[in-house]
Design a protein around this ligand. Structure first.
Ligand code: UD1
Ligand code: CA
Length: 431
């Protein structure tokens, strides 16, 4: 589509109903904040301009959004709405930042993380030459939402807010999702004419849509999946949205040939790469930014945190946590282990109960384990520390801080001391 696109993301709400101190739009959902999820859905449409409307805890929200989403957009701006006086007021504030913009204006919400790119693209295309297009949904429970009003021929004529509805209107189950695509040049005069003459004394964006529909037909798009438009108002809503988002992420991995044995107990954040033929066993948690190769095995009960990379064929087993750790091809840590800030060479074997003690109370330090090394059960490697290629630590060894174990050396005891050099490494480790 050749028309320029601007996106306005409304994120000024107080979010009182969550009862937590974090601004609502910064609540986490599968490794992203709510508002970052909403913005990630519009990013593929490549808007020329993106404006986020803020008010409550605006500095904190702006910083977080800038960090997470700055790179997604050609231009990302923030507008302070001041005291929120309704959705129309919020869009007025955003349009001041878009004074020289002419084209499509797509409205989204910082608390609606499940909207999809496909739906927003369809909504935009539907507008054609109309002044606006409106996303609707049929709701099981329309409580609190604006109702779509239609004339006898089924043509859209307006939106009535729940609080302003008559008995008859309350029975309508087609609701306003709150997403629209406007022609910027039609939107401006409609916004200028908004009046707060309603039960809430707010400036309703919906009144602008209604005014436009009086002049020209406004097309509507019914969301195929009503979940897409559900807003998060409470922590209970958040947990429902999380499950829905998780399902989408897992389906994508399954589609790519990743064997997720038990999707119900598997948590995988956004932005995780996993190669085909890798098996993810039950009760596994994989954080944003992990990269997992092909033919790996992870879990059951494994926790991979940000910055962890597993090369092809690596295995991370029961009750193993890895953070910012690079695990070489075919290396194994199968039981009860913590690997933090570690680099592990190919085919190394990390015995049960191994701990990389990476934190001295002030700083984090690195551990390096060479290819083919054998770390005996219950070893503690106090970082910074280095274990050479094909070296070995005995069961229960405590390798103290600053130690460098040369290739093929055998170290044992507490504190660990050099015992001998390994004669011939076991054949299977030679590869
Ligand atoms: C709005 C629609 C309603 C629709 C519903 C869908 C209006 C008047 N009503 O309801 O028809 O069914 O969304 O969820 O538009 N916000 C601001 N500044 C404000 C007010 C709101 O940024 O001054 C943001 C909120 O943070 C939220 C979004 O806009 O992300 C929607 O606001 P909310 O109060 O939840 O929606 P309603 O106005 O009740
Ligand atoms: Ca409101």
């Amino acid at each position: 589509m050749s028309r320029p696109l601007a996106v306005i993301c409304l994120a000024a709400g107080l979010g009182k109903r969550t009862k937590v101190s974090l601004p609502k739009v910064l609540l986490p959902l599968c490794g992203r904040t709510l508002v970052a999820s909403a913005l990630a859905a519009v990013a593929p449409l490549q808007p020329q301009r993106t404006v986020v409307v803020l008010s409550h805890q605006k500095d904190k929200v702006q910083k977080a959004v800038q960090e997470a989403c700055g790179g997604m957009f050609a231009r990302l701006d923030f507008v302070d709405q001041g005291a929120p006086r309704g959705t129309g007021h919020a869009v007025q504030a955003a349009m001041q930042a878009l004074a020289d913009f002419h084209g499509d204006v797509l409205i989204t919400y910082g608390d609606c993380p499940l909207i999809t790119t496909a739906t927003l693209r369809d909504l935009r295309e539907l507008r054609g030459s109309a002044p606006a297009s409106v996303l609707t949904a049929v709701a099981d429970d329309p409580e609190g939402l604006g109702r779509i009003l239609r004339d006898d021929d089924g043509r859209f004529v307006g939106i009535r807010e729940h609080k302003d509805c008559s008995e008859e209107e309350l029975a309508i189950d087609e609701i306003n999702a709150g997403f629209y695509c406007f022609d910027s040049d039609a939107l401006r005069p409609a916004l200028a004419n908004l009046k707060p003459n309603n039960k809430q004394g707010e400036l309703y964006l919906t009144d602008a849509v209604e005014a436009l529909a009086k002049k020209r037909e406004v097309p509507t798009l019914e969301a195929e999946d009503a979940d897409e438009i559900t807003g998060v108002n409470t922590l209970a809503d958040l947990s429902v949205a999380r499950a829905r988002m998780q399902e989408r992420i897992l389906l994508e991995h399954l589609d790519n040939g990743v064997i997720v044995v038990d999707p119900i107990t598997t948590w995988i954040d956004h932005g995780v790469q996993i190669g085909a033929d890798t098996r993810i066993l039950p009760a596994t948690v994989i954080g944003a930014g992990c990269v997992i190769g092909r033919n790996c095995e992870v879990g059951p009960f494994a926790h991979l945190r940000a910055g962890t990379v597993l090369e092809d064929g690596a295995e991370i087993g029961n009750f193993v946590e890895a953070k910012k750790t690079h695990v070489g091809a075919g290396a194994k840590a199968k039981h009860l282990t913590y690997l933090g800030d570690a680099t592990i060479g190919a085919r190394a074997n990390i015995g049960a109960g191994t701990i990389t003690a990476n934190y001295d109370g002030v700083h984090k330090h690195a551990t390096k384990i060479g290819a083919g090394a054998f770390i005996g059960s219950g070893s503690v490697l106090v970082a910074p520390t280095e274990v050479g290629e094909e070296a070995l630590t005995g069961a229960g060894a405590v390798v103290t801080r600053g130690t460098v174990i040369a290739p093929r050396e055998v170290w044992v005891g507490v504190p660990a001391r050099r015992l001998k050099v390994r004669e011939v490494p076991p054949a299977k480790e030679k590869a």
